[in-house]
Design a binder for this molecule. Structure first.
Ligand code: ADP
Ligand code: MG
Length: 367
């Protein structure tokens, strides 16, 4: 088990034409499940490769506990990695692939042959691949290969697990089960885990701590609750939460917030002065989560906007409405029983205390 620290880490490809990571600082606490969340191309795999030592760092340092590992070889770092692309040995059976980390020369004395076989069977059972042990990788589906790759990482108890989108190629049901298994294994063993995913719900549901990464930069680090409740900027606000937060512009006028459509919302003096000091020419960005908007009758005095329901997407107990107003399309999450019909005219309302405010220039959260 180990704490992992990245200090001012940068990585370029193609002689500097691609800046995959730009001055990354991260502190991953000992024994925690840490998720790195970001869209495709954000730099997740690169981060895993640098921590594992399979790619050199261009600038910066990496530590495990207090030992600098920046220039250590991968097998000197005692980490176990599962890549999204599997990287299995094509000429070896599943059994041999799973046993491979236990047979490494530096661990020759740790594992007897019986212990190796027992451990391989145990991990295969856990991942539901016990019937595939004598197959070669090319005789497996993508999802099965991915479970073998994950098994090969979990077979040992290293200082850290580095799991790069380890369940991305499983079907939805199996993915759900594996999420639960992974979290259980991690809690049981207490091994520091770095887990990458482009799926915000996966990160929110698995992580003790998480970081949102975009275009090679860390946008925010925090607990899932902190990131969901207090997104640090517009990117995080839009990326975390489904459907995404509604984002629009508003103007400050006297002691009010002037919304699109011309409606004015009274705000308290302290809030006004805080917003006024951050606003650019009185302009602000406001975000409201879909479940924080209320559907009202179009004639309601509380309605801040009026619009027409353009789509209703039923997701079991909840439904997502898309309402078109004069200026914006607004997304709202409601209980399915209370959902209006497509084409219906509605009023929309919300509370100021549910608004997230952002600086229109830097797009950073105003606190
Ligand atoms: P993610 O895993 O978040 O999808 P990656 O870490 O794979 O992102 O990639 C980050 C950026 O670096 C992307 O722009 C990608 O195209 C680029 N990149 C990654 N590996 C290489 C490589 N070997 N050569 C050139 N560019 C690369
Ligand atoms: Mg990747």
């Amino acid at each position: 088990m180990a704490k992992i620290t990245l200090m001012n880490v940068s990585k370029q490809y193609k002689g500097g034409a691609i800046q995959a990571l730009k001055d990354i600082n991260l502190e991953i606490e000992d024994g925690k499940f840490f998720c790195l969340l970001g869209p495709a191309g954000a730099g997740k795999t690169t981060t895993i490769k640098l921590i594992a030592g399979v790619e050199p760092v261009d600038q910066g340092k990496i530590f495990m506990d207090d030992q600098e590992v920046t220039h250590l070889l991968p097998n000197q770092r005692d980490v176990a990695v599962a890549f999204e692309t599997y990287a299995l040995y094509p000429q070896r059976t599943v059994r041999e692939n799973l046993a491979f980390p236990l047979r490494a020369p530096i661990r020759r004395k740790e594992w007897s042959e019986e212990q190796i076989q027992a451990r391989v069977e145990e991990i295969a059972k856990l991942l539901g691949i016990e019937d595939l042990l004598d197959r070669l990788p090319r005789q497996l589906s993508g999802g099965q290969r991915q479970r073998v790759a994950l098994g090969r990482a979990l077979v040992r108890k290293p200082k850290a697990y580095l799991l790069d989108e380890p369940i991305a190629h499983l079907d939805a049901k199996l993915r759900h089960r594996m999420r639960g298994e992974l979290r259980r294994i991690q809690l049981e063993l207490g091994i520091t885990t770095v887990y990458t995913t482009p799926d915000q719900l996966e990160a929110l549901s698995l992580a003790d701590q998480m970081a949102v990464i975009n275009e090679g930069k860390i946008e925010q680090v925090g607990s899932p609750a902190e990131i969901y409740q207090r997104p640090a900027n517009v990117f995080v606000a839009r990326f975390v939460g489904d459907p995404p937060m509604n984002i629009f512009h508003a103007e400050l006028e006297d002691a009010t917030l002037c919304l699109f459509g011309g409606k004015k919302l009274g705000i308290s003096e302290p809030l006004f002065s805080k917003l006024a000091s951050a606003a650019v020419e009185k302009s602000l960005i406001i975000g409201i989560r879909p479940r924080d908007i209320r559907v009202l009758s179009p004639s309601s005095a509380e309605a801040l906007w009026r619009g027409q329901v353009k789509y209703v997407q039923v997701l079991g107990e909840t439904s997502i409405l898309t309402v078109s107003t004069d200026s914006y399309e607004v997304r709202i999450k409601v209980n399915s029983q209370e959902a209006p019909k497509r084409g219906e005219a509605v009023g929309l309302g919300f509370d100021v205390r549910d608004c997230h405010f952002f600086d229109p220039r830097s797009e950073r959260r105003i606190d």
